[in-house]
Each structure stands twice: as structure tokens, then as C-alpha cells.
Design a protein around this ligand. Structure first.
Ligand code: PHB
Length: 358
């Protein structure tokens, strides 16, 4: 039988009714102060509960993990209580929801850090570009390189965030290893110039992602954990001399952990172009488990990828901003609402919870 988006899928502990996943999407609408999820966020996610699985927006694991205004944390008691509103609302509608665990590393600014400290990173290398701060765009600064002795506390922050996610009622967590944030900064040889066990060889540069994944898996069970990577996304001034070898190693080393899935962005943010120089099928071969593909898929390409065995599920980002009932629209071959980029980041219910259903 040919599989498609509507073929159920066992994903870790969850039985998904379809393979249409809501991709993680930063929306900058947490309540201030405290970066706390609230009722409007619960409504937004509950509107999208027919997705096979919702993956929340990226959520900072500790105070130093923040790099943007109004992104909801998963490190404080108030935030856990706020997220509980979200998970309850989604579960009441029959949905399933993972939270994405995030540390931005150097993609931050002292004005977003506790006590105005420097952001942390694998190495003291300033990224090109500017940070989004409460005072507007400001040039990135040269971050402070993490000491080797600080890594255990960082692992503890991830572990603690996973524990919080479990208390908040999430079905699992996705570790954000993509898009030029902290774990991706460790993976790449342009941002990681370390000379300890976390830098140098591909094995050493992937050590932190593996240790984070192992720690989180130990805390809540590997079948409640997914990992997201973005091998060819240059976003946030990221680059590597050999992404193919690097990410094949990552896929191979995560494979035996028994994770719920590997989530691969096969392009840049908002774009679907698979670079001709990257062989994503090799990642699929090296990772023995569910392969979730993302970036620029529409229904036709998604069904083809699943039918051809190139992916087990597809995560949709921008289409989910404008179409809370994306599953029903795909099922009925209905037209999609157009997203309004002016309301992607920040604001209120406009462009957030007011997109019409069929
Ligand atoms: C963003 O806020 O622009 C953002 C956040 C997380 C991502 C990508 C983009 O993974």
C-alpha cells in the first residue's frame, strides 16, 4: 500500500493519526515580564491540534539561552504553569505536542542576558549581523567562550528543561540543533575553534549535541526525544568545511539512541531548495528511525517524499502560520490562506489566532 500524509505513524511513544507535523515557529508573543506562555498562546496551539504532532516554537532552557524578545522559556515555575495551559488546551482537542528546547549561544546580546553579560558560545567569534533586542537591532558582540568546566552545568540546564517540559504536560521534546544556535555553533568548524574535547575533529564537535541528547533521553526516555538539524542552512552566519561528513556522523551517532525522530531542514528558513551538493538520502540511511523532513514542502511534494520512502513525516512551517486547519485543507484539497509576514514576529492575536478555518 502506498503511504502518504494520511497514513498513521508510530513516533516514539505516540501514535500519530497523520504525518503532517507543525514545525517549530518563533512568534515572539510570550507575556512580559518573565517570557511566560499565556491563554492566547494556548488558543493558537489548540487551533492547530489536528496536526499529527505540534512542535512548539523554540523555547529557551535557561536565562542565558535567550536571544530574542518575548520568546517563551521553559526554565522557571511560572513558565511551566503557562505551558500547562498550552498542553492542556491541545490535549483537550485530541492533539499531541512536543516542546523545542533552545539555547541561542552567540545569537544574543548583553541586553537580553542576565546582568548584561556577554552571550556564551563555543569560541569567542562574533557572528556577522545584528541581534533583535528590546531596543531594536544591535550589532552582535564577540561572545565569551564556554570553559570546558561549564559544560556539565549546561547539560544540567537541558536536563532540567526536559524535566520541566514533562511537568508542563508535553508529550516529548525536540532538541534544537539547527539554524546557527548554540549546538549548531559547536558542530561547525567556522564557529567552533576549541582545542578541548568539544572542538577540532568532527567527533569532538558533535560531542555536545550527543551529550545533550543522551542527558535529555536519560531524563524523559529517548522515545520522547527528537533532534533537529539544518545541514545547509547558512542562517546566523554559520558554515562548515564539510557538512556532508559532519552530518552523516551526527546521524550515525544519534541512530543507536532510540530517538522518536530526526528532523532535518533540507533547505534554508522559508525556502525549499535542496542544495545539489548535499545528499540528504545518506542521512536517512544512517539514521535508523523516523526521518522528518522540512522546508518548502507542499502537499504534492510531501506525499511524494513519503511514498518514495524519503521521509516518514513532513513538518510544515509557514503554511501552519496561516492555516490552523492545514490537515483538513490537505484532506479536502482546499485552497490555503496566505500568510502575512508583517505579523510573524510579535504583536497580538492579529495574524496569530485570527486566520479563518474552512
Ligand atoms: C528566529 O527567531 O528568527 C528563529 C528562531 C529559531 C529558529 C530560526 C529562526 O530556529
Amino acid at each position: 500500500m502506498t503511504k502518504d500524509l494520511f497514513t498513521p505513524l508510530q513516533l516514539g511513544r505516540l501514535q500519530l493519526p497523520n504525518r503532517i507535523l507543525m514545525a517549530p515557529l518563533t512568534r515572539n508573543r510570550a507575556a512580559r515580564p518573565g517570557n511566560v506562555p499565556h491563554a492566547l498562546n494556548a488558543l493558537y496551539y489548540a487551533q492547530r491540534a489536528t496536526a499529527g504532532l505540534i512542535i512548539t516554537e523554540a523555547s529557551p532552557i535557561s536565562p542565558t539561552a535567550h536571544g530574542y524578545p518575548a520568546t517563551p522559556g521553559i526554565h522557571g515555575a511560572e513558565q511551566v504553569a503557562g505551558w500547562r495551559l498550552v498542553t492542556d488546551a491541545v490535549h483537550e482537542k485530541g492533539g499531541r505536542i512536543y516542546i523545542q528546547l533552545w539555547h541561542v549561544g552567540r545569537i544574543s546580546h548583553p541586553s537580553l542576558q542576565p546582568d548584561g553579560a556577554l552571550p556564551v558560545a563555543p569560541s569567542a567569534i562574533r557572528p556577522e549581523g545584528q541581534a533583535f533586542t528590546y531596543e531594536g537591532l544591535q550589532d552582535f558582540v564577540t561572545p565569551r567562550a564556554l570553559e570546558t568546566s561549564e559544560i556539565p552545568a549546561l547539560l544540567e540546564d537541558y536536563r532540567n528543561a526536559a524535566k520541566n517540559a514533562f511537568s508542563a504536560g508535553f508529550d516529548g521534546v525536540e532538541i534544537h540543533g539547527a539554524n546557527g544556535y548554540l549546538l549548531d555553533q559547536f558542530l561547525r568548524d567556522r564557529s567552533n575553534h576549541r582545542t578541548d574535547a568539544y572542538g577540532g575533529t568532527i567527533e569532538n564537535r558533535s560531542r555536545l549535541l550527543r551529550e545533550v541528547t543522551a542527558a535529555v533521553s536519560e531524563e524523559i526516555g529517548p522515545d520522547r526525544v527528537g533532534v533537529r538539524i539544518s545541514p545547509i542552512n547558512p542562517f546566523n552566519d554559520i558554515a562548515d568545511s564539510n557538512p556532508q561528513a559532519l552530518f552523516e556522523h551526527v546521524a550515525e551517532e544519534l541512530s543507536p539512541l532510540g530517538l522518536a525522530y530526526l528532523h532535518v531542514m533540507e533547505g534554508g528558513i522559508g525556502a525549499g531548495e535542496s542544495g545539489p551538493t548535499f545528499d540528504f538520502a545518506a542521512l536517512r540511511r544512517k539514521f535508523n528511525g523516523n526521518y522528518v523532513a522540512n522546508a518548502g514542502y507542499d502537499k504534492v511534494r510531501a506525499n511524494a517524499a513519503i511514498a518514495d520512502g524519503k521521509a516518514d513525516a513532513i513538518a510544515f512551517g509557514v503554511p501552519y502560520i496561516a492555516n490552523p486547519d492545514l490537515v483538513e485543507r490537505y484532506a479536502r484539497n482546499a485552497a490555503l490562506n496566505e500568510p502575512d509576514p508583517n505579523t510573524f514576529y510579535g504583536g497580538d492575536e492579529k495574524g496569530y489566532t485570527d486566520y479563518p478555518t474552512l
